[in-house]
Write a new protein. Structure first.
Length: 231
């Protein structure tokens, strides 16, 4: 006899939480996510279908395989994963579970998902993130991004939180989380005003302007020094 699992017929799609790394395409025109464990080599969009990471032809999720998207029921459980060293730069995703799924005690394994909200943690310095910047690693054709405040961008390839949401499409919301404990809150206070995306855009533009002004100042000093030496 084959054990048959009970079937559910929910009136609304289940929801869950997971963590992932934000990604930016090499040409800067697309935004996506990549997982932190199985399937981490395959970036996925806001609305995506799962496939078997082992290349098998069965539909995901299969009871005899680990394939499919994964999420947990409890937001706190997903946030706990962000404490590990290798996941500190990941973001928290609020997802809708679509299509076929298998329910477990702590979450789901499922065939299709929609990412509704991505919550970006603080910059490595502890300040509220204003942008997502090149993390120094990636996948073929994709750059991994990490949370960054305006002061820590320093000319790296970056995109504002609102800009990432626009590139990802499908109605994705990207919001800045709180500052790390003991850090100056900075832009995080703008959440109370309801305009965090606008504040992040302004901070990112200011940081880029400061960087360009610094480069122009260096060029000016170089030309001035070269002229004096010629005399």
């Amino acid at each position: 006899m084959r054990l048959r699992l009970p079937e559910e017929r929910p009136t609304e799609p289940p929801t869950g939480y997971k963590i992932a790394h934000p990604m930016l395409s090499q040409d800067g025109t697309r935004a996506a996510f990549t997982g932190v464990s199985l399937g981490g080599a395959l970036p996925y969009g806001v609305l995506a279908d799962a496939s078997c990471v082992y290349g098998l032809r069965h539909r995901a999720p299969s009871r005899r395989c680990d394939c499919g998207f994964h999420c947990v029921h409890d937001r706190t459980a997903a946030e706990a994963l962000l404490c590990t060293a290798e996941h500190r730069a990941a973001v928290l995703l609020d997802v809708t579970v679509l299509g076929r799924y298998i329910r477990f005690e702590r979450g789901f394994r499922y065939a299709r998902q929609r990412v509704r909200t991505a919550t970006v943690g603080p910059c490595a310095c502890g300040t509220v993130a204003a942008a997502l910047a090149d993390a120094g690693w990636g996948r073929p054709g994709w750059r991994a991004l990490a949370p960054s405040c305006a002061g820590c961008l320093r000319g790296r390839t970056s995109v504002s939180l609102a800009g990432f949401a626009r590139l990802a499409g499908e109605g994705l919301r990207v919001v800045a989380g709180k500052a790390a404990s003991g850090a100056v809150a900075g832009l995080g206070d703008t959440d109370e005003l309801g305009v965090p995306e606008l504040a992040a855009e302004a901070a990112l533009l200011q940081a880029r302007l400061d960087w360009f002004q610094a480069q122009l100042a260096r060029l000016g000093e170089g030309k001035s020094g070269g002229g004096a030496k010629g005399r």
